[in-house]
Design a protein around this ligand. Structure first.
Ligand code: NAP
Length: 240
C-alpha cells in the first residue's frame, strides 16, 4: 500500500508514464496530488480524460531537457503540493535510439544521453527542495537492464547510445542520491522489464499495467536501506 500525498511522473502522456498516473489516480489510500508532466499537454487526450474522472491528477507541461523552463515548472509543482512537498519523483521520460554499433553517430549518442541522463539529473536537482520537505522523500529512476554493464551481451542488441545513456542514468541517480542522502532522501533505480509500449514495441514480454503495478508494489516497501539499489519490476536485484 502506497501511503503518500504527492507524486510526480515525467513522460506521463503515454506508455509506462501514463500507466503510473492511471494506477496512482485510483490508488487506495487516495493520493492527494499526482502531477502528470508531459511535453504537449494540449495533445494528451488520455491524460485529459483521466483528469475529468480524477480531480487529484494535474497535467503540467515539461520537456526534461528544456532547462530554462525548470524553474517555472518547479513553481507550478510547488503551488500544487504546498507544504506537503513532493513525496515521490518518478523520472520516467526517456527515448531509445536504435542504431547499430557500426552506424551510430555522435549526435545520436548525445541526444540519447541528454534526454535519458542529463535531463532527469537537472530536473531532480531543481525539484530537490520540494522532495526534501516531503514525508517520503523518494526518487525513482526508470532505467533499463540494457544499461547494465555487467549484463551487456549481443542478445541485448546493439543500440549503444541507449545502453550508455541508461548506464549514465544509473550513475547520475546514485551520484545525486548520495548527495541527498543526508537529507533523508532515498533514490532507487528500476528496470521495468520489456514492456509493450511505443518504445518496447508490440513483441515485448509484459503489459505496461503488469510492470507498473509491480513497481508500485515495490515502491511501497522501499526503506532508506534500499537507497542506491538497482532492481527489476519484481524487486529482484539487477547488476550495475
Ligand atoms: N518499454 C520498455 O520495454 C522499457 C524497457 C526498459 C526501460 N524502459 C524505460 O521506461 C521509460 C518509459 O518508456 P516507455 O516504454 O513508456 O516509452 P514510450 O512509450 O516511448 O514513452 C516515452 C515517454 O517519454 C516522453 N519523453 C521523451 N522525451 C522527453 C523529453 N525530452 N521530455 C519529457 N518527456 C519526454 C515521451 O513524450 P512524448 O509523447 O512527448 O514523446 C513519452 O511520454 C523510459 O525511460 C524507457 O527507457 C522501457
Amino acid at each position: 500500500m502506497l501511503e503518500v500525498s504527492t507524486v510526480l511522473v515525467t513522460g506521463a502522456n503515454r506508455g509506462l508514464g501514463f500507466e503510473f498516473v492511471r494506477q496512482l489516480a485510483s490508488a487506495e489510500p487516495r493520493i492527494d496530488h499526482i502531477i502528470a508532466a508531459c511535453r504537449n499537454p494540449e495533445e494528451a487526450d488520455n491524460l485529459k480524460s483521466l483528469v475529468e474522472k480524477n480531480d487529484n491528477v494535474h497535467i503540467l507541461k515539461l520537456d526534461v531537457v528544456d532547462y530554462d523552463s525548470h524553474e517555472a515548472f518547479v513553481t507550478e509543482v510547488d503551488k500544487i503540493v504546498g507544504d506537503k512537498g513532493l513525496d515521490i519523483l518518478i523520472n520516467n521520460a526517456g527515448i531509445m535510439i536504435i542504431t547499430d554499433v557500426d552506424k551510430v553517430t555522435p549526435k545520436e549518442f548525445m541526444k540519447n544521453y541528454e534526454i535519458n541522463a542529463v535531463g532527469p539529473y537537472m530536473l531532480t536537482r531543481s525539484l530537490a527542495p520540494l522532495i526534501k520537505k516531503s514525508q517520503r522523500k523518494l526518487i525513482v529512476a526508470i532505467s533499463s537492464g540494457a544499461g547494465s554493464i555487467t549484463r551487456t551481451n549481443a542478445r541485448l542488441g546493439g543500440f549503444p547510445a541507449y545502453k550508455a545513456s541508461k548506464a549514465a542514468m544509473n550513475m547520475l541517480t546514485r551520484t545525486y542520491g548520495d548527495h541527498l542522502k543526508a537529507d533523508g532522501v532515498t533514490s532507487i533505480i528500476f528496470c521495468p522489464g520489456w514492456c509493450k509500449t511505443d518504445l518496447g514495441g508490440p513483441n515485448a514480454m509484459y503489459e505496461p499495467d503488469f510492470s507498473v503495478s509491480n513497481m508500485i508494489k515495490n515502491i511501497s516497501t522501499l526503506t532508506p536501506e534500499s537507497d542506491g539499489t538497482f532492481i527489476n519490476f519484481e524487486g529482484k536485484p539487477m547488476p550495475f
